[in-house]
Write a protein that binds this ligand. Structure first.
Ligand code: ZN
Ligand code: ZN
Length: 404
């Protein structure tokens, strides 16, 4: 049996770019190591979810790891909260929220509290509380955003939002969508009222009023979802598994699946991440783990910035860091792909398929010698995210036989 190295270059796929002579960043990049690995392995195109679906990083990683996102992804709330680094447990109900400005009658004056930029950490902190037997946890996001998590028994996401999604109307009363939502709706309504009581007189808001700014004196909630109970990855595949991930959203998903996040010095979720440290750390960890997932976020960041030259440069850096991978093909199955395309011309995720390679000694390699979107068309793979774990289990000689 071989070990499995699972490398995600986030947002790797792209489209031809004007700045790169109408090549994709991957086509334009100097990438000797990626090309070498591709020439030894099998290459093709991957639809992270299904053809044409624009994946989020969360739904895509879930699908690639063998969890059907259409079943486990019930609302954005839990994944936003994971993205803020909140420690969630299965069964928690999580919401996305806004700090907003309301008047005495709870009429919404400004859904974004004057696009508040500072002080939200203290405001969020003041909202951590216990209500009956339920624990409420709050964490600030960027600007006016906040995540709120309810933890306790008998909770359900089957309720309506308190966010009216417009201004000059009252804050909405949350209502249960079925019987399971009764307790939750009641808690949410009480929390909303309480958030006003606490926030309206909070020192941060007194100071905002004094300097002529709108107070962030209520929290509006939307997008309730339950934190899914993911089947434990190690039990599902009989793999002792770890990950090296700088993005809280992805490491949060890995944690929910029971994949151990490893701390590697210099490895971050930014464009300055130390890719050598990440790759070397992963190779070292393979002595202790059967499966190691690496996510390199920098490619996606360059895509969102619309910076094709930067994306090409980041791919080249990643390629240089991958040199040591040439030496581990005997005992390791290496997969390299992305979680979706983030074309620089679009600055967001698209449903375009993206290149994938699987390489190990002895694999029946195809004739593709370059790792890019166009060359991949001539490769032997045309697969969906949900096929990936099956292929890796097969090539690492770990798959169980289907039938006798
Ligand atoms: Zn992504
Ligand atoms: Zn992205």
């Amino acid at each position: 049996m071989k070990k499995i190295l699972f490398i995600i270059l986030d947002g790797l796929g792209d489209r031809p770019s004007r700045d790169l002579d109408f090549k994709t960043p991957l086509q334009a990049a100097k990438k000797d190591n990626l090309n070498y690995l591709a020439s030894k392995g099998i290459v093709g195109l991957l639809d992270p979810i299904t053809p044409g679906i624009r994946p989020g990083s969360d739904t895509s990683h879930l699908n690639l790891l063998g969890y059907d996102p259409f079943k486990v992804y019930t609302g954005r709330g839990p994944f936003e909260a994971l993205g803020l680094g909140m420690n969630l447990k299965p069964g928690d109900i999580a919401f996305r929220g806004n700090f907003a400005t309301v008047d005495r009658d709870l009429k919404v004056i400004d859904r974004r509290a004057g696009r508040i930029e500072s002080g939200t950490e203290k405001l969020a902190e003041s909202l951590n509380m216990k209500m009956d037997d339920v624990e409420i946890l709050a964490k600030e996001g960027v600007e006016h955003r906040i995540a709120v998590v309810f933890r306790g028994k008998g909770l359900s996401p089957k309720i309506t939002d308190t966010d009216p999604h417009e201004e000059n109307v009252p804050v909405k009363e949350s209502r249960p969508l079925d019987d399971s939502g009764k307790k939750m709706a009641d808690l949410v309504n009480r929390f909303t009222r309480k958030s006003f009581d606490i926030l309206d007189s909070h020192p941060v808001n007194i100071e905002r009023r004094n300097s002529g700014k709108r107070p962030a004196n209520i929290v509006l909630l939307r997008g309730a979802g339950v934190v899914p109970e993911l089947e434990n990855f190690e039990k599902k595949y009989f793999l002792h598994a770890a990950c090296i991930v700088g993005v809280p959203l992805i490491s949060g998903i890995c944690s929910l699946a029971g994949i151990t996040p490893l701390k590697i010095k210099g490895a971050t979720g930014t464009i300055n991440t130390d890719m050598n440290a990440k790759i070397r750390g992963a190779i070292d960890s393979l002595s202790r783990y059967d499966f190691v997932l690496i996510n390199i976020k920098a490619t996606d960041i360059a895509g969102h910035d619309g910076n094709a030259l930067l994306k090409k440069e980041i791919i080249e850096r990643a390629d240089r860091a991958m040199e040591p991978l040439r030496d581990i093909l005997k005992d390791t199955v290496i997969m390299i792909t992305g979680d979706h395309s983030t074309p620089c011309s679009v600055k967001d995720h698209t449903g375009d398929p993206l290149p994938i390679m699987i390489v190990t000694d002895g694999i029946r390699s195809d004739n593709v010698t370059s790792f890019d979107e166009i060359s991949a068309v001539k490769g032997s793979l045309r697969i969906r995210g949900s096929d990936v774990m099956n292929l890796l289990m097969n090539y690492s000689d770990r798959a169980e036989k289907f039938g006798a």
